[in-house]
Ligand binder design. Structure first.
Ligand code: JS2
Length: 268
Protein backbone atom coordinates (compact mmCIF):
# COMPACT_ATOMS: atom_id res chain seq x y z
CA UNK A 1 0.00 0.00 0.00
CA UNK A 2 1.53 3.34 -1.12
CA UNK A 3 2.06 5.88 1.70
CA UNK A 4 0.54 9.41 1.11
CA UNK A 5 4.00 11.02 0.80
CA UNK A 6 4.92 8.46 -1.88
CA UNK A 7 1.73 9.38 -3.77
CA UNK A 8 2.57 13.08 -3.50
CA UNK A 9 6.11 12.37 -4.76
CA UNK A 10 4.84 10.43 -7.76
CA UNK A 11 2.29 13.11 -8.59
CA UNK A 12 5.05 15.76 -8.44
CA UNK A 13 7.16 13.74 -10.90
CA UNK A 14 4.25 13.48 -13.36
CA UNK A 15 3.60 17.25 -13.17
CA UNK A 16 7.31 18.01 -13.72
CA UNK A 17 7.42 15.65 -16.72
CA UNK A 18 4.34 17.32 -18.30
CA UNK A 19 5.85 20.80 -17.74
CA UNK A 20 9.14 19.66 -19.29
CA UNK A 21 7.36 18.29 -22.38
CA UNK A 22 5.27 21.46 -22.75
CA UNK A 23 8.41 23.59 -22.43
CA UNK A 24 10.12 21.52 -25.13
CA UNK A 25 7.12 21.91 -27.47
CA UNK A 26 7.11 25.69 -26.95
CA UNK A 27 10.87 25.96 -27.65
CA UNK A 28 10.58 23.86 -30.84
CA UNK A 29 7.59 25.94 -32.01
CA UNK A 30 9.43 29.24 -31.41
CA UNK A 31 12.61 28.06 -33.20
CA UNK A 32 10.56 26.72 -36.12
CA UNK A 33 8.54 29.93 -36.32
CA UNK A 34 11.67 32.09 -36.33
CA UNK A 35 13.31 29.89 -38.95
CA UNK A 36 10.28 29.95 -41.24
CA UNK A 37 9.81 33.71 -40.69
CA UNK A 38 13.47 34.31 -41.48
CA UNK A 39 12.95 32.34 -44.74
CA UNK A 40 10.73 35.10 -46.10
CA UNK A 41 12.94 37.97 -44.91
CA UNK A 42 16.19 37.52 -46.90
CA UNK A 43 14.35 37.44 -50.23
CA UNK A 44 12.39 40.65 -49.60
CA UNK A 45 15.44 42.37 -48.11
CA UNK A 46 17.61 41.45 -51.10
CA UNK A 47 14.84 42.36 -53.57
CA UNK A 48 14.22 45.81 -52.05
CA UNK A 49 17.96 46.57 -51.70
CA UNK A 50 18.58 45.74 -55.35
CA UNK A 51 15.55 47.77 -56.47
CA UNK A 52 16.78 50.77 -54.49
CA UNK A 53 20.10 50.67 -56.40
CA UNK A 54 18.18 52.25 -59.32
CA UNK A 55 17.04 55.20 -57.17
CA UNK A 56 13.89 55.75 -59.22
CA UNK A 57 11.29 53.23 -58.10
CA UNK A 58 8.70 52.76 -55.37
CA UNK A 59 10.35 49.50 -54.32
CA UNK A 60 7.68 48.48 -51.80
CA UNK A 61 5.10 48.79 -54.59
CA UNK A 62 7.27 46.70 -56.93
CA UNK A 63 7.77 44.08 -54.21
CA UNK A 64 4.00 43.91 -53.56
CA UNK A 65 3.35 43.48 -57.31
CA UNK A 66 6.01 40.73 -57.45
CA UNK A 67 4.81 38.91 -54.32
CA UNK A 68 1.13 38.85 -55.36
CA UNK A 69 2.10 36.70 -58.35
CA UNK A 70 2.91 33.62 -56.27
CA UNK A 71 1.99 34.02 -52.57
CA UNK A 72 -0.75 31.60 -51.47
CA UNK A 73 -0.55 29.71 -54.79
CA UNK A 74 0.49 26.22 -55.76
CA UNK A 75 4.13 26.84 -56.86
CA UNK A 76 3.43 24.85 -60.04
CA UNK A 77 0.38 26.91 -60.95
CA UNK A 78 1.89 30.37 -61.44
CA UNK A 79 1.30 31.42 -65.07
CA UNK A 80 3.53 34.06 -66.70
CA UNK A 81 0.65 36.56 -66.67
CA UNK A 82 0.62 36.44 -62.86
CA UNK A 83 3.67 38.73 -63.10
CA UNK A 84 1.91 41.32 -65.32
CA UNK A 85 1.37 43.73 -62.37
CA UNK A 86 5.11 43.46 -61.59
CA UNK A 87 5.99 44.33 -65.22
CA UNK A 88 3.65 47.32 -65.05
CA UNK A 89 5.16 48.54 -61.78
CA UNK A 90 8.81 47.99 -62.81
CA UNK A 91 8.71 50.01 -66.04
CA UNK A 92 12.11 50.61 -67.60
CA UNK A 93 13.25 52.93 -70.39
CA UNK A 94 14.21 50.91 -73.51
CA UNK A 95 17.85 51.54 -74.46
CA UNK A 96 17.81 51.53 -78.27
CA UNK A 97 21.01 50.15 -79.89
CA UNK A 98 22.33 49.03 -76.46
CA UNK A 99 20.15 46.03 -75.60
CA UNK A 100 22.09 42.79 -75.18
CA UNK A 101 20.50 39.36 -75.20
CA UNK A 102 22.40 36.17 -74.47
CA UNK A 103 22.22 32.39 -74.33
CA UNK A 104 24.62 30.01 -72.54
CA UNK A 105 26.95 32.96 -71.89
CA UNK A 106 25.59 34.32 -68.60
CA UNK A 107 28.92 34.93 -66.87
CA UNK A 108 30.88 36.29 -69.84
CA UNK A 109 28.06 38.62 -70.93
CA UNK A 110 27.66 40.14 -67.46
CA UNK A 111 31.41 40.47 -66.94
CA UNK A 112 31.36 42.36 -70.24
CA UNK A 113 28.37 44.66 -69.58
CA UNK A 114 29.56 45.41 -66.06
CA UNK A 115 32.96 46.64 -67.22
CA UNK A 116 32.33 48.54 -70.43
CA UNK A 117 28.86 49.95 -69.83
CA UNK A 118 28.07 50.01 -73.59
CA UNK A 119 25.26 47.46 -73.45
CA UNK A 120 22.34 46.64 -71.18
CA UNK A 121 21.16 43.10 -70.44
CA UNK A 122 17.83 42.23 -68.81
CA UNK A 123 19.75 41.64 -65.56
CA UNK A 124 21.10 45.22 -65.74
CA UNK A 125 17.51 46.55 -65.55
CA UNK A 126 15.33 46.48 -62.43
CA UNK A 127 13.22 43.74 -64.06
CA UNK A 128 16.05 41.22 -64.00
CA UNK A 129 18.28 42.63 -61.27
CA UNK A 130 15.82 42.17 -58.38
CA UNK A 131 15.56 38.39 -58.80
CA UNK A 132 18.83 37.45 -60.52
CA UNK A 133 20.28 34.27 -59.03
CA UNK A 134 17.43 33.87 -56.55
CA UNK A 135 14.72 31.26 -56.06
CA UNK A 136 11.32 31.69 -54.41
CA UNK A 137 7.80 30.29 -54.24
CA UNK A 138 4.59 30.33 -52.24
CA UNK A 139 2.23 27.63 -50.98
CA UNK A 140 -1.55 27.31 -51.01
CA UNK A 141 -3.02 28.54 -47.73
CA UNK A 142 0.20 30.35 -46.70
CA UNK A 143 1.14 34.03 -46.88
CA UNK A 144 4.86 33.12 -46.68
CA UNK A 145 7.58 33.44 -49.33
CA UNK A 146 9.75 30.31 -49.32
CA UNK A 147 13.30 30.16 -50.67
CA UNK A 148 13.82 26.44 -50.12
CA UNK A 149 11.77 23.43 -51.19
CA UNK A 150 10.53 25.19 -54.34
CA UNK A 151 9.98 23.27 -57.60
CA UNK A 152 12.99 23.25 -59.93
CA UNK A 153 13.09 24.85 -63.41
CA UNK A 154 11.98 21.68 -65.19
CA UNK A 155 9.76 20.22 -62.44
CA UNK A 156 6.62 21.86 -63.87
CA UNK A 157 5.80 24.28 -66.69
CA UNK A 158 4.04 27.01 -64.71
CA UNK A 159 6.56 27.09 -61.90
CA UNK A 160 7.08 30.30 -59.98
CA UNK A 161 10.64 31.12 -61.08
CA UNK A 162 10.37 29.85 -64.66
CA UNK A 163 7.22 31.91 -65.28
CA UNK A 164 9.01 34.96 -63.91
CA UNK A 165 11.97 34.65 -66.29
CA UNK A 166 9.73 33.90 -69.25
CA UNK A 167 7.61 36.95 -68.47
CA UNK A 168 10.44 39.44 -67.87
CA UNK A 169 12.36 38.14 -70.90
CA UNK A 170 9.28 38.75 -73.04
CA UNK A 171 8.94 42.29 -71.68
CA UNK A 172 12.62 43.00 -72.33
CA UNK A 173 12.39 41.67 -75.91
CA UNK A 174 9.15 43.59 -76.55
CA UNK A 175 11.07 46.78 -75.74
CA UNK A 176 14.04 45.94 -78.03
CA UNK A 177 14.78 48.71 -80.51
CA UNK A 178 17.42 49.77 -83.03
CA UNK A 179 20.47 47.51 -83.30
CA UNK A 180 20.06 44.54 -80.93
CA UNK A 181 22.98 42.33 -79.88
CA UNK A 182 22.95 38.68 -78.81
CA UNK A 183 26.01 37.09 -77.21
CA UNK A 184 26.06 33.36 -77.98
CA UNK A 185 28.44 30.54 -77.09
CA UNK A 186 30.89 29.23 -79.70
CA UNK A 187 32.06 26.43 -77.42
CA UNK A 188 28.84 24.41 -77.79
CA UNK A 189 27.68 22.56 -80.96
CA UNK A 190 24.43 24.57 -81.33
CA UNK A 191 24.94 28.13 -80.12
CA UNK A 192 21.35 28.94 -81.07
CA UNK A 193 18.59 26.71 -79.66
CA UNK A 194 14.92 27.33 -80.48
CA UNK A 195 14.13 25.79 -77.05
CA UNK A 196 16.12 28.38 -75.12
CA UNK A 197 14.51 31.53 -73.72
CA UNK A 198 16.41 33.54 -76.30
CA UNK A 199 15.11 31.21 -79.02
CA UNK A 200 11.56 30.61 -77.77
CA UNK A 201 10.60 33.86 -76.02
CA UNK A 202 12.82 36.73 -77.12
CA UNK A 203 13.82 36.30 -80.80
CA UNK A 204 10.25 36.23 -82.14
CA UNK A 205 9.50 39.49 -80.31
CA UNK A 206 12.10 41.46 -82.29
CA UNK A 207 9.85 43.35 -84.66
CA UNK A 208 10.82 45.41 -87.72
CA UNK A 209 11.05 48.38 -88.09
CA UNK A 210 11.40 48.93 -84.32
CA UNK A 211 14.38 46.54 -84.43
CA UNK A 212 16.59 47.28 -87.45
CA UNK A 213 19.44 44.79 -86.98
CA UNK A 214 20.43 41.74 -84.93
CA UNK A 215 24.17 41.47 -84.30
CA UNK A 216 25.18 38.02 -83.08
CA UNK A 217 28.46 38.03 -81.14
CA UNK A 218 29.71 34.45 -81.06
CA UNK A 219 32.14 34.14 -78.16
CA UNK A 220 34.98 31.79 -79.07
CA UNK A 221 37.76 30.13 -77.15
CA UNK A 222 40.68 28.01 -78.32
CA UNK A 223 38.51 24.87 -78.10
CA UNK A 224 35.50 26.39 -79.86
CA UNK A 225 33.40 23.99 -81.92
CA UNK A 226 31.12 26.47 -83.65
CA UNK A 227 31.57 29.50 -85.92
CA UNK A 228 29.20 31.86 -87.72
CA UNK A 229 28.47 29.27 -90.41
CA UNK A 230 26.94 26.95 -87.77
CA UNK A 231 23.69 25.35 -88.97
CA UNK A 232 21.76 26.62 -85.95
CA UNK A 233 22.20 30.17 -87.24
CA UNK A 234 20.26 29.25 -90.36
CA UNK A 235 17.41 28.34 -88.00
CA UNK A 236 17.85 31.65 -86.20
CA UNK A 237 17.67 33.66 -89.41
CA UNK A 238 14.51 31.81 -90.46
CA UNK A 239 12.86 32.87 -87.19
CA UNK A 240 14.02 36.48 -87.47
CA UNK A 241 11.35 38.97 -88.54
CA UNK A 242 11.75 39.93 -92.20
CA UNK A 243 13.18 43.42 -92.46
CA UNK A 244 15.64 42.94 -89.58
CA UNK A 245 19.23 42.78 -90.90
CA UNK A 246 21.39 39.98 -89.48
CA UNK A 247 25.09 39.91 -88.77
CA UNK A 248 27.34 37.44 -86.97
CA UNK A 249 30.87 38.09 -85.64
CA UNK A 250 33.23 35.59 -83.97
CA UNK A 251 34.89 37.34 -81.03
CA UNK A 252 37.51 35.68 -78.84
CA UNK A 253 36.60 35.75 -75.15
CA UNK A 254 40.06 37.20 -74.42
CA UNK A 255 39.27 40.08 -76.78
CA UNK A 256 36.07 40.84 -74.86
CA UNK A 257 38.07 41.16 -71.67
CA UNK A 258 40.35 43.72 -73.36
CA UNK A 259 37.30 45.68 -74.51
CA UNK A 260 36.36 46.97 -71.09
CA UNK A 261 38.60 50.02 -71.47
CA UNK A 262 37.74 50.68 -75.16
CA UNK A 263 35.08 53.20 -76.24
CA UNK A 264 31.71 51.74 -77.20
CA UNK A 265 31.74 50.24 -80.70
CA UNK A 266 35.47 49.54 -80.58
CA UNK A 267 35.13 45.94 -79.52
CA UNK A 268 34.14 43.95 -82.61
C1 JS2 B 1 18.85 35.51 -65.22
C2 JS2 B 1 17.81 33.50 -65.41
C3 JS2 B 1 18.66 34.17 -63.24
O1 JS2 B 1 18.55 36.77 -73.26
C4 JS2 B 1 18.72 36.08 -72.03
C5 JS2 B 1 18.18 36.85 -70.87
O2 JS2 B 1 17.30 37.88 -71.31
C6 JS2 B 1 17.42 35.79 -70.05
O3 JS2 B 1 16.34 36.27 -69.38
O4 JS2 B 1 16.98 34.87 -71.04
C7 JS2 B 1 17.98 34.75 -72.03
C8 JS2 B 1 18.89 33.59 -71.63
O5 JS2 B 1 18.14 32.44 -71.51
P1 JS2 B 1 18.48 31.17 -72.40
O6 JS2 B 1 18.52 31.56 -73.85
O7 JS2 B 1 17.57 30.08 -72.01
O8 JS2 B 1 19.98 30.85 -72.02
P2 JS2 B 1 20.49 29.85 -70.88
O9 JS2 B 1 21.93 30.25 -70.64
O10 JS2 B 1 20.22 28.45 -71.26
O11 JS2 B 1 19.57 30.16 -69.62
C9 JS2 B 1 20.03 30.97 -68.61
C10 JS2 B 1 18.86 31.12 -67.67
C11 JS2 B 1 17.88 32.12 -68.21
C12 JS2 B 1 16.70 32.31 -67.29
N1 JS2 B 1 17.17 32.46 -65.91
N2 JS2 B 1 18.23 34.63 -66.00
N3 JS2 B 1 19.07 35.31 -63.87
O12 JS2 B 1 18.84 34.02 -62.03
C13 JS2 B 1 18.00 33.22 -64.05
N4 JS2 B 1 17.49 31.99 -63.76
C14 JS2 B 1 17.00 31.55 -64.92
N5 JS2 B 1 16.44 30.36 -65.09
Amino acid sequence: MERPQQKRGRRRCVVLAVVAVLLLVVIVAVVLGLTLRQDSQPLKTTFIARCEEFKQYDCQKIWDAFEQAYVGRDPCKVPTEAYDPFIAAAYFKPECNRMMFWSKTKDVVHDFTETNNCFVTLEDTVLGRVADGLTWCGKEGSSETFTTGCPGWSDCANNTVRSFWNRVSAAFADAACGDVTAMLNGSIPTPFSPASIFGSVELMRFSSPRVSRLNVVLVTQTNSVANCTNASFKELQKELDAGIAYNCKEVAEAQLQECSSKPCGGCW
